[in-house]
Design a binder for this molecule. Structure first.
Ligand SMILES: [Zn+2]
Length: 393
């Protein structure tokens, strides 16, 4: 019945002090969950990015292939242009040759006819009819010869012009091929541009997720700190209430408590020594000579040896002085009503409110308070009630 009333009081305190935390603020677990969701969204975006980058690589490859095809065709066009220039030059040479030959023939023929007026004709007549015929034949043959020459040049020129026509046709084919390839390249480039902007967008999204993750992590840490603080206050209040309410008959009060320690066991609090000089239980007190419960174990160790936190938690007491025989001592709250005590210390390294981690150095072995030599007096308490420490180590 008393326990029930106590529970109601504790719950009331928790609700009163933490209602804002419970109903308005998100817990560290909420933030952890949000981080997981953000992480999985980020992972999805990263997969997407990989996919887009793969496509982009392919598209860039295609653009580069088309570009190199365009270069090849442009080179071919330039070669064909060179050929056309050469052919033009040859054709104009042939034209010059032709006009020279035609002039020459004209001159020969007109010379023959002009001469035929008097002296040339006289020469023909005076030489007799036979000579006239042979001279006439000679002129005729010369004319024929010149004509043949002219025709040969004309044929050669015609061949060159045909050839030029062929080359020009080939060139214009290549030119249309080039403009076709340029169109294709523009199309592929458009695809590259689209993929690039998609890539940028996804990258921005990933950056945004990273920022969110950092912010959520910070919020989670803040929430965890607040929760530990609330647990510390609750534990301290529960312990205080327990101590003041009853000290008799407490055989079953710990049955509801279950350890939530990360490893299931506390860490040995004095790394340099395993020697227990006095165990837990009723004994004759070494100084007072009375039968009394020894609420912890004594671990004999050198003065100044390290004392470490048996489990992570919050320091709820760090006190210098005689302290009713404890000497300089520390109490750490681990949540769920669990506390550990470290007594007779020569030095204390942590203060009330500090968060300590499992194995963190918190004090030094000494012989302060009611003590006959250097040792660590170590206690485990659940809801303020001492327990045999070896059951928890
Ligand atoms: Zn002791």
């Amino acid at each position: 019945m008393k326990r029930k009333v106590l529970s109601i009081i504790v719950i009331s305190i928790l609700v009163l002090t933490n209602c804002r935390t419970v109903f308005a603020e998100k817990s560290s677990a909420d933030y952890k969950k949000e981080q997981q969701q953000t992480q999985s969204a980020s992972n999805k975006a990263k997969e997407e990015l990989e996919n887009v980058e793969g496509k982009l690589d392919t598209a860039l490859d295609e653009v580069s292939k088309v570009s190199s095809s365009i270069n090849t065709v442009e080179e071919e066009i330039s070669t064909l242009s060179g050929k056309i220039d050469e052919l033009d030059k040859s054709i104009s040479e042939k034209e010059k040759d032709l006009s020279e030959k035609e002039t020459m023939l004209d001159e020969r023929l007109s010379a023959a006819y002009m001469n035929s007026n008097d002296t040339y004709l006289e020469a023909l007549i005076s030489g007799g009819i036979v000579n006239f015929v042979s001279n006439y034949d000679m002129i005729k043959q010369i004319a024929e010869y010149d004509n043949n020459l002219i025709n040969e040049v004309k044929d050669a020129k015609k061949d060159l012009e045909d050839k030029k026509q062929e080359v020009e046709t080939a060139k214009s084919e290549k030119e249309s091929k080039s403009s076709e390839l340029k169109g294709l390249k523009a199309e592929k480039q458009k695809k590259v541009d689209a993929l690039s902007s998609e890539q940028k967008e996804i990258q921005n999204k990933i950056d945004e997720y990273d920022k969110q993750m950092a912010s959520l992590k910070k919020k989670e840490q803040e929430a965890t700190k607040k929760e530990q603080e609330a647990a510390r206050i609750a534990a301290a209040k529960a312990a205080a209430a327990k101590n003041s309410s009853s000290s008799s008959s407490s055989s079953s009060s710990s049955s509801t408590s279950t350890a939530t320690k990360s490893s299931g066991k506390f860490l040995w609090p004095c790394p340099s020594s395993q020697r227990i000089s006095s165990g837990y239980g009723y004994r004759i007190h070494p100084i007072y000579g009375t039968k009394k419960l020894h609420a912890g174990i004594d671990i004999a160790a050198a003065g100044g040896a390290d004392i470490v936190a048996a489990e992570s938690g919050t320091v709820i007491l760090s006190s210098w002085g005689y302290n009713g025989g404890y000497g300089n001592y520390i109490i750490i709250s681990h949540g769920n009503g669990y506390t550990t005590r470290y007594a007779h210390c020569s030095n204390l390294y942590v203060n009330v409110g500090d968060t300590v981690s499992r194995g963190q150095r918190i004090a030094a072995v000494g012989s302060t308070g009611s003590s006959t030599g250097n040792h660590l007096h170590f206690e485990v308490r659940i809801n303020g009630e001492s327990k045999p420490p070896l059951n928890y180590l």
